[in-house]
Ligand binder design. Structure first.
Ligand code: SF4
Length: 357
């Protein structure tokens, strides 16, 4: 690569706009400049690339482009399923000099890992404008002396615009309240499917900017005292989180599991999804509970175990999103306590995950 081209890559980051001849089109900024810089700095010979499921098909093209920009470096693609920064391919990581994890914010910093968050290029402001109808009206008489408080949260994909979102709401007369959650979260205002600590704010209204149903649902379950408005810039819709359907589904699973005589307790071996203490406590206190270790937790993998019910101590989404696909009831650790009679049904709550590893 010529010096000019190299400078261009480094200053632009996104190769779409550099005029360089690339083998494939880009929709995301893969931050190739930052990766190349790290490779050169560390004199790396082997580099691992890990993509989330939705972007795996881009992997070979990104590897091609990195090959063009480097010399004598071998790029290895991770084929492990990947759903979060909790889900690093540790096997590949150990065997490479630099490991690039695309699509998520860092859960835990390490010298070897480069996290490339792949920010969304969707404009969130039109849908935020529409979401105003669900937020308190700053012009209303009751807010004559005090601006209405609104909490703001988003996902890693929109984090690059978080500051602009805060400004945008403040310009419209809101007292915007934000906080950084716990150490599982990198940024102020960021939520994960398993962690909503950044919404622990003193405001009755929370505006969630992002896609998907799982995050706002978890948010509303974790903070039942708040109205959670969802401004989804990807699907271009505004909704208010409603937990009723979800609660019914969870109650039904707990009820089904109440008759279970044998339990499979799943311990997930993915680096950021292990809750060993939780799993161990269950099997220590129930002689009919058996600990099962596995990385990817799928209905197929559990089908051959003849248990009456399962408890999942890994990613909470496995239980709450995929739960109905398992052949036997799949409960969260909290739901298990209810099913075996250690806690009352009213204690049912959303399963969250704190800390890293
Ligand atoms: S454990 Fe949390 S961060 Fe990891 S995939 Fe599940 S919801 Fe996402």
């Amino acid at each position: 690569m010529s010096q000019d081209a190299s400078e261009e890559v480094r200053s632009e980051g996104d190769l779409r706009n550099t005029g360089m001849s690339l083998k494939h089109d880009r929709e995301w900024d893969y931050e190739l400049d930052r990766i190349v810089e790290a490779i050169e700095e560390r004199g790396a010979e082997k580099v691992g690339l890990q993509f989330p499921e939705g972007l795996k098909r881009r992997g070979p093209a990104v590897a091609d482009d990195l090959r063009e920009l480097t010399d004598g470096v071998t790029f290895l693609l991770s084929g492990q399923p990947c759903y979060g920064a909790c889900d690093l391919d540790t096997y590949l990581m150990r065997r490479t000099d630099v490991f690039v994890h695309f699509g998520h914010s860092p859960m835990k910093e390490s010298d070897k890992i480069i996290y490339v968050p792949l920010f969304s290029n969707v404009d969130p402001f039109p849908i935020m404008e529409e979401s105003m109808a669900e937020l308190p009206d700053p012009e209303a008489e009751e807010y004559a002396d005090e601006e209405p408080a609104v909490g703001l949260v988003t996902t890693a994909q929109h984090m690059n615009l978080f500051g602009d979102m805060v400004d945008w709401l403040e310009e419209r007369g809101f007292d915007v309240r934000t906080r950084r959650g716990d150490d599982r979260l990198t940024h102020e205002g960021q939520v994960l499917g398993c962690n909503y600590a950044s919404a622990d704010i003193d405001a009755e209204h929370v505006l969630y900017v992002g896609g998907g149903k799982f995050h706002p649902l978890g948010l509303a379950m974790e903070h039942p005292d708040k109205k959670v408005t969802i401004a989804d810039p990807v699907n271009n819709v505004v909704t208010v989180a409603d937990t009723e359907q979800f609660m019914k589904q969870r109650y039904a699973s707990v009820h089904k599991a109440m008759d279970a005589e044998t339990w499979g307790v799943v311990f997930c071996t993915k680096i950021g999804q292990g809750r060993w203490d939780v799993a161990e406590e269950i099997v220590e206190n129930n002689e009919n509970a058996y600990l099962i270790t596995m990385d990817e937790v799928t209905p197929d993998r559990l089908r051959n175990f003849g248990f009456d019910a399962f408890v999942n101590t890994g990613c909470p989404r496995i239980t709450t999103d995929d739960g109905p696909q398992f052949h036997k009831p799949m409960l969260t650790p909290g739901e298990y306590e209810i099913a075996v009679g250690n806690k009352p049904l009213e204690d049912l709550e959303f399963d969250t995950f704190h800390g890293t590893w």
